[in-house]
Ligand binder design. Structure first.
Ligand SMILES: [Zn+2]
Length: 224
């Protein structure tokens, strides 16, 4: 049986996760039943509070947040089940034990577009923007943040193994994009992870719109 303290932690975590879900839905980052959110309740043994599978994030309720162990198996009572992507959350909190106390996953329009546009380059490079200082440990705009892109896969064992390799190769990155799928980022707390989503989604839109404008300018010169 979990202690009373663990219950209180779960309740608080579930309320905070539900609030995040509603905010992200309003901002267009988790349409449909896309996205999932988690926060670490205890690290040894791992207990992760995570949104259950196939839920509308704009109407997320605290009792739709469940607890899973280090194998992604539910340990809380009830019939709700975690999404298959739960294993990716587990992988991130295990491979980034100091940085990842919470993991957030969104499916935004700009993130999806850039994940395909930059796939051949292996990632999106974000450089010189003031808002990069919103990422944990970054104190100057003179920073190159590399968001690696990993091919999507419906085989979760293969995908989480691939994610592990990408995380190991990019120790200073704050996030990973899944190709034509969405963004995974993390933070010490849920608030830190939410700030990372805001910073990265802002920059994805800036980069995407900049590419589009340059293409239009190029076409205008071509036709003049
Ligand atoms: Zn997803």
């Amino acid at each position: 049986m979990p202690s009373a303290g663990a219950h209180r932690n779960l309740e608080e975590a579930a309320r905070a996760i539900a609030d995040t879900g509603r905010r992200f839905y309003q901002r267009g980052w988790v349409w449909g039943t896309a996205g999932n959110f988690s926060t670490v309740l205890s690290s040894d043994p791992l207990a992760l509070a995570i949104t259950a599978s196939s839920l509308h994030k704009g109407e997320l309720q605290p009792d739709q947040v469940i607890v899973v162990d280090e194998r992604g198996k539910p340990t809380s009572p009830g019939r709700l089940r975690p999404s298959a992507e739960c294993l990716l959350h587990v992988r991130i909190v295990r491979d980034r034990p100091r940085e990842a106390g919470a993991v957030l996953h969104t499916h935004s329009v700009w993130g999806t577009i850039l994940s395909e546009h930059f796939a051949a380059k292996g990632g999106v490079e974000l450089q010189g923007y003031e808002i990069l200082k919103g990422l944990a440990g970054v104190s100057t705009h003179q920073r190159t943040e590399f968001v690696p892109i990993l091919d999507n896969d419906q085989d979760m064992d293969r995908l989480q193994a691939g994610l592990g390799k990408v995380l190991a190769r990019n120790m200073s990155s704050h996030a990973v994009l899944l190709r034509k799928h969405g963004l995974y980022t993390w933070g010490e707390t849920l608030a830190d992870a939410e700030r990372h989503i805001e910073v990265l989604e802002f920059l994805f839109e800036v980069v995407g719109r900049t590419i589009t404008m340059r293409q239009h300018e190029g076409e205008a010169i071509w036709h003049s």
